[in-house]
Design a protein around this ligand. Structure first.
Ligand SMILES: [Zn+2]
Ligand SMILES: [Zn+2]
Ligand SMILES: [Zn+2]
Length: 188
């Protein structure tokens, strides 16, 4: 901020030796008197910390660049000049509020951040869904393979049973024939 660029809001006279808005007698008040026209303004409500325009009194935002002139301390609710680095009442740092000086860029940033968050959420949900889909496919494939194995096992067991039956029948027949032969041999 260039002090020689600051002009009286009423008469346009260049202003020199401006007190810093935070150097206030009473909290939130830093009075400036124009030595040419006598206009009195409260710098805490008139001086733009961004473009150094001295606005007319009781402005909350700059008439030229739109920057905030007044910031409310989030801790003690004291109104501060937006260019202050710390609260004039509680002394806590106001740096966290830096983005509040530029409401437009803050909104853009917030919107971008919200969009990014939304995109991350969607991506996570999508990944989760595809994982679930993959798991379901995997489970189905697993069951299919298991089913085939079960069917094959069943078939083999049946085949073995049939084979065992055939062997039993043959053995029985052979035994029967031998028995008959033996009996007929004994008889003769
Ligand atoms: Zn003046
Ligand atoms: Zn401004
Ligand atoms: Zn405070």
């Amino acid at each position: 901020m260039q002090l020689q660029d600051v002009e009286c809001p009423s008469c346009g006279a260049p202003v020199a030796n401006l007190p810093h808005p935070s150097a206030a007698g009473t909290p939130g008040e830093a009075l400036f008197h124009c030595r040419f026209c006598g206009t009195q303004v409260d710098l805490n409500r008139a001086l733009c910390p961004h473009c150094a325009l001295l606005n007319r009194e009781r402005e909350r935002s700059c008439g030229r660049c739109g920057s905030q002139i007044v910031r409310v301390c989030p801790f003690c609710k004291q109104e501060n000049w937006a260019g202050n680095e710390s609260c004039i009442q509680c002394g806590r740092t106001l740096d966290l509020l830096e983005i509040m000086i530029q409401p437009a860029s803050r909104d853009t940033r917030a919107r971008l951040e919200a969009q990014r968050r939304q995109a991350r959420l969607l991506k996570a949900q999508e990944e989760h869904a595809s994982e679930a889909r993959l798991a379901r496919l995997w489970e189905m494939e697993h069951q299919r393979v298991e089913g085939i194995a079960r069917d094959t096992g069943e078939k083999q067991r049946r085949e073995r049973l049939v084979l065992a039956g055939i062997v039993l029948v043959i053995a029985f027949t052979v035994l029967l024939v031998i028995g008959v032969l033996v009996v007929s041999g004994l008889g003769s």
